[in-house]
Design a binder for this molecule. Structure first.
Ligand code: NDP
Ligand SMILES: O=C1OC[C@@H](O)[C@H](O)[C@H]1O
Length: 362
């Protein structure tokens, strides 16, 4: 590929649930305002049933030409020689198997958060990826938002709020758990049901974004190991609300909370990043995607930063994957393997303290 050309990436979509529908919608969206860095082709869709695969394409990709190849199995996607990268949008409990199967076919992977059920599974997948020489990334899309990159630049490069010392972040969503059956991925422990893994991972990520130097460039590894204190409210063994305190050796703290709406109202999410000279307030966002934040500095007028976002914003992580694969990289600089392992270890410890376990945990 000539250096001035955008890479083109051919995606195989595994599973036809909610997130896969959001992801493909974003891949095919018109993005005049958001400077696409890559071209994306939806080459194939794999589902547990051919009929579901056909219905998914008819509903979400009706105008795509040529139409994606539809498989009544995930195996079809892994084996398709035209697929360059597999997007995995299954419940948490299947991520390990789906990744290992795709890797065994030599496929690159973008796998939804939480990457697996626990850190041990994550290491197994990443060891296999290393042995096979394929690209793998956890789809922690938040880290790829221009809004987040701007906050990181202000806080960590420009020191716009002085010495950062505290982050408070809450993410709550009414997931309608009361009306869901035991087969739901949000209620069934063997499918990885956990509000912490499902949405608590976002405030935890915001804590890291606010308090730590961004990864990438010279900063290659997730190196900081904060102490963690966590407690969870359980319903039939599933954590429906979790509060976490991260404490770094120099005193920086993050308080990150999440709940899935059982018996509680779910106000909009927020994040406050506090420093010695000011505060960054990301307020009132839902579905994990803020579109603005305010920089408050002592003695100065508040400054609001607003960001364009056609669709939901999954194309930013997809662009990053395309650029990495085109450059021959096997892992992302912004979401490297060591960081996925570290986040899974923090989630493991939070679950241990909160009394939350999956049948698959050893
Ligand atoms: N980044 C984000 O904003 C979001 C990320 N997510 C993540 O995406 C993943 C999937 O979540 P979501 O799309 O909401 O889940 P859904 O339940 O909506 O879809 C999951 C899909 O996985 C497949 N599947 C395979 N086996 C099972 C099974 N036993 N039970 C249920 N589904 C099964 C099904 O597709 P098929 O039958 O076609 O094979 C199903 O449609 C999770 O990791 C979640 O954390 C979810 C929502 C938003
Ligand atoms: O990542 C997510 O964000 C939106 C929610 O609907 C979903 O359950 C969760 O996985």
């Amino acid at each position: 590929m000539p250096s001035n050309e955008k890479p083109t990436l051919r995606w195989g979509i595994v599973a036809t649930g909610l997130i896969s529908s959001w992801f493909v919608a974003d891949l095919i969206i018109e993005r005049e305002d958001t400077a696409p860095e890559a071209n994306h082709i939806i080459q194939a869709v794999g589902s547990s049933s051919l009929d579901k695969g056909k219905a998914f394409v008819a509903q979400h990709l009706p105008t795509v030409s040529p139409a994606p190849t539809i498989y009544g199995s995930y195996e079809g996607v892994y084996a398709d020689p035209n697929v360059e990268v597999v997007y995995i949008g299954t419940p948490h409990a299947f991520h390990k198997k789906n990744c290992l199967d795709a890797i065994s076919h030599g496929k690159n992977i973008l796998c939804e958060k939480a990457f697996t059920l626990n850190a041990s599974e994550t290491k197994e997948v990443l060891d296999a990826a290393k042995a096979k020489g394929v690209f793998v990334m956890e789809a922690m899309w938040t880290r790829f938002f221009p809004l987040v990159k701007t906050i990181q630049k202000l806080v960590h490069e420009e020191k716009a709020i002085g010495r950062v010392h505290r982050v408070l972040c809450d993410f709550a969503m009414d997931q309608g758990l009361e009306s869901k059956g035991s087969e739901s991925r949000l209620k069934n422990l063997s499918l990885g049901a956990s509000t912490l893994l499902d949405i608590g991972i976002y405030p935890l990520t915001w804590g890291i974004i606010g308090l730590e130097q961004p990864l990438g460039g010279a900063n290659k590894e997730a190196s900081e190991k904060p102490k963690i204190l966590a407690t969870s409210k359980l319903s039939d063994g599933v954590d429906v609300a979790t509060s976490i305190i991260l404490q770094y050796p120099d005193g920086r703290q993050a308080i990150t909370t999440s709940h899935s709406g059982t018996g509680m109202k779910t106000p909009p999410s927020f994040c406050r990043i506090e420093g010695s000279e000011g505060t960054i307030v990301v307020d009132g966002f839902t579905a994990s995607v803020p579109s603005s934040f305010v920089l408050q500095k002592r003695g100065k007028e508040d400054k609001k930063f607003t960001f364009e976002r056609p669709g939901k914003g999954f194309y930013w992580e997809a662009d990053a994957v395309a650029l990495d694969i085109a450059a021959g990289r096997k892992e992302s600089e912004r979401m490297p393997w060591a960081e996925t392992i570290r986040v899974m270890e923090l989630l493991d410890e939070a679950r241990r303290q909160g009394g939350v376990s999956f049948p698959q945990d050893v």
